[in-house]
Design a protein around this ligand. Structure first.
Ligand SMILES: Cc1cn([C@H]2C[C@H](O)[C@@H](COP(=O)(O)OP(=O)(O)OP(=O)(O)O)O2)c(=O)[nH]c1=O
Length: 206
């Protein structure tokens, strides 16, 4: 007898990218993966009192994944990127003043960029946490003002995009460049491959 319930799946799951970030979509495209759907999550991204940066970024990726409706035939991929100096969490700046504050704090020192990835499928959520150390050279007040005028700080954790104008301030990183941009591709590809999604899987290539 055949059970025709929705829980019977044939073949690989359809990928849903749970993100409004154009960078994450572009990064997936870089490894030949085109999601079947885009379904961003709208969650409260306020850190808890005394929450450690690593705990925070993992919680965010998991909460995004849990907030996105999906059918049993789908897999939901979410991520969260945050910048930390010590225990301090620097998310997306609220305004130019906060962006300036973040940049002054990072100027002339090292900070960490943490990106957590979550992949929810078949009642299970797999996660990866990738930590990258980034050195920012000293940024003068004149350079800072010019940088803030460009507006690149908007919507970026820590008020900068390594793939944008701020690259002139970053001579060195240790870790994953793609994780800093928003999605660690090596780790994400491994996660996706574990559920049968890959660039070499029929139908995934652009
Ligand atoms: C540090 C850094 C962050 N970022 C971006 C990546 C993320 O889009 C953003 C951090 O915010 P996130 O909350 O991780 O993501 P998001 O709100 O843009 O998108 P969604 O939650 O829908 O997936 O900062 C860069 O693009 N370059 C960088 O160098």
């Amino acid at each position: 007898m055949t059970d025709s319930s929705a829980h019977i799946r044939i073949g690989r799951p359809e990928l849903v990218l749970g993100s409004a970030s154009p960078r994450r979509l572009d990064l997936l495209a870089q490894i030949g993966i085109v999601p079947a759907a885009l379904r961003p999550a709208d969650i409260d991204e306020t850190p808890r009192r005394s929450e450690l940066p690593r705990d925070y970024v993992l919680r965010m990726a998991l909460e995004k994944a849990a907030a996105i409706p999906a059918s049993p035939a789908e897999a939901v991929l979410t991520a969260d990127t945050t910048v930390s100096v010590g225990r301090r969490i620097m998310g997306k700046p609220e305004d130019r003043d906060q962006a300036a504050q973040f940049m002054r704090l990072m100027s002339g020192r090292r900070h960490k960029v943490l990106t957590a990835v979550a992949l929810a499928h078949d009642g299970r959520t797999r996660t990866r946490l990738v930590e990258t150390t980034v050195r920012m050279r000293t940024v003068t007040e004149v350079e800072l003002a010019a940088y803030l005028d460009v507006g690149d700080w908007r919507g970026k954790a820590g008020a900068y995009a390594i793939q944008g104008a701020a690259a002139t301030f970053i001579p060195w990183i240790q870790g994953s460049f793609t994780a800093v941009v928003g999605l660690p591709l090596a780790e994400t590809a491994t996660l996706l491959a574990s559920i049968g999604i890959g660039a070499n899987t029929e139908g995934d290539r652009a």
